[in-house]
Design a protein around this ligand. Structure first.
Ligand code: MLT
Ligand code: ZN
Length: 467
């Protein structure tokens, strides 16, 4: 990836005077990890990669870019699955990596809150909460690399949404830098605050297109003392929903995760990582976890399993006896994305439909796809407990991507679903959003974008094609 020839020395010198050499990355080789996404699918060259150390430095960089009309791509752990955190072609832009702003500024164990900078890695935040017997429940496979700023900016979901909600539900306050370089400081720890517009909600899930999140105040929860994890073989997705009913009847709101894994996803994990389910099986699987500070979880899980087996909604199942066994069960689920990547290109879909329509959606989308294209392999998995299905298609031909998207998303639209449940629009789904979003809603989004970023310098080409 080559730096565009128009790199202007005076601009780079001005960046250097704000950031010093340690905060500036130049040169094609050094910049390339910041300019391409981790799956090697999206990206373009940048004029420079900036790595500010403070909110004042972020503000100064943004002011400089605003003066010169240079675009800024905010970046956290670069784990986006939608091309949301890397440059797009055809625009003079810099990457602004938040990774050096990674301090945990404070923890209040009584109020159960934490204030962290945008570059703090999710796993570090989870561990800091655990030291106080508290829980930051946002959790997903990339948690060892993804950072809070990106998590807030994508309103990340993950495996615990059915119990704890999306990232938005965990946010008490934000600090952010707007497109003119001004700093909005709202790192409050209030559970109730109706004093005017709740502006932070605009930035959560805006993918860095309305402002750059530099720090966040998080709402923590008590850490459940007990946890039980089970893995079940189920005949089909409809049985998985029946199993959800059995589990809810026995475990109620203690259910913290309920994940569906298709036979093709299990086969990929076995092929590329040698990981096998705990029993001989060829069917769909469900991974269910419950957590509580009250005891009796295991008995309740056994009862749920018993009634599912008796009703024929599951054909086999195991309950983990130890943390290690639970981790081995989770590994089967967490390796799906990487196994998929090892199989070559995949066309990703991150959709949600009403929970009770999931089996029909999987059936209809598979049918529509196989009718339109020959020989495609579908890899289905996801957070069925909250209605979010990853309906991914292994397809070598990149040119078929848009057509495959359209076939699947037409089915989603028929179910009144969403084309992006948790990954965001990024650059990947811009055309799809423009196609499916109601025009009045798109216009409202454009009005907000114009108001907050009149020059269109914040993460251009993400969410909206043009303001
Ligand atoms: C996951 O749930 O593992 C990711 O969000 C899905 C994906 O890779 O499509
Ligand atoms: Zn997911």
């Amino acid at each position: 990836m080559k730096t565009p020839p128009s790199t202007d020395d005076a601009f780079l010198e001005a960046l250097r005077s704000i950031l010093s050499d340690t905060g500036l990355v130049l040169g094609d080789e050094a910049m390339s990890p910041y300019c391409v996404d981790w799956r090697g699918e999206f990206g373009a060259p940048a004029l420079a990669v900036t790595r500010p150390k403070s909110v004042d430095q972020v503000s100064a960089v943004v002011r400089l870019c605003a003066e010169r009309g240079i675009a800024i791509v905010p970046q956290g752990g670069n784990t986006s699955l939608a091309g949301g955190a890397v440059p797009i072609a055809g625009r003079a832009q810099i990457v602004l990596s938040l990774s050096r702003m990674n301090a945990i500024r404070s923890i209040d164990p009584v109020g159960m809150t934490m204030t962290v900078e945008a570059g703090a890695v999710l796993e570090t935040v989870q561990e800091a909460a655990r030291e106080h017997e508290l829980l930051f429940p946002v959790s997903f496979a990339a948690q060892g690399s993804s950072q809070i700023g990106g998590i807030v900016s994508t309103n990340a979901g993950g495996i615990n949404v059915l119990r704890y909600g999306m990232t938005r539900q965990r946010m008490l306050g934000l600090e952010a830098v707007l497109a003119d370089g001004s700093v909005v400081a709202g790192l409050r720890h209030l559970h109730k605050d109706n004093a005017g517009y709740d502006w932070k909600q605009l930035l959560i899930g805006a993918e860095g297109t309305l402002g750059i999140v530099t720090a966040a105040s998080l709402r923590l929860s008590p850490r459940p003392k007990h946890r039980v994890t089970a893995f079940l073989a189920v005949p089909d997705p409809a049985s998985a929903l029946a199993l959800l009913e059995h589990a809810t009847a026995e475990l109620g709101d203690a259910i913290s995760a309920f994940e569906l894994i298709s036979p093709s996803a299990l086969a990929l994990v076995r092929q590329h990582f040698g990981l096998r389910p705990p029993m001989e099986m060829q069917s769909w699987a469900v991974l269910v976890e419950a957590a509580s500070s009250l005891s009796g979880l295991r008995d309740a899980m056994e009862a749920a399993l018993g009634s599912a087996l008796e009703a024929g909604d599951a054909s086999d199942g195991v309950i983990a006896e130890t943390e290690t066994q639970a981790a081995a069960l989770w590994a089967l689920r967490e390796h799906v994305t990487e196994a998929e990547l090892k199989s070559g290109r995949s066309v990703k879909h991150d959709v949600s439909v009403p929970i009770n329509r999931i089996p029909n959606f999987i059936r209809d989308a598979s049918y529509a796809l196989h009718k339109a294209f020959d020989g495609l392999q579908v890899v289905v998995f996801g957070h069925v407990g909250d209605g979010n299905v990853h309906f991914n298609v292994l397809a070598g031909a990149a040119e078929a991507k848009a057509a495959i998207n359209r076939v699947v998303h037409d089915v989603v639209a028929g179910y009144q679903g969403s084309i992006s449940a948790e990954h965001g629009i990024g650059s990947y789904r811009v055309a799809e959003l423009a196609h499916y979003k109601q025009p009045a809603q798109l216009e409202l989004m454009r009005t907000l974008k114009r108001a907050l970023d009149p020059q269109g310098i914040l993460n251009p080409g993400k969410i909206l094609d043009a303001p």
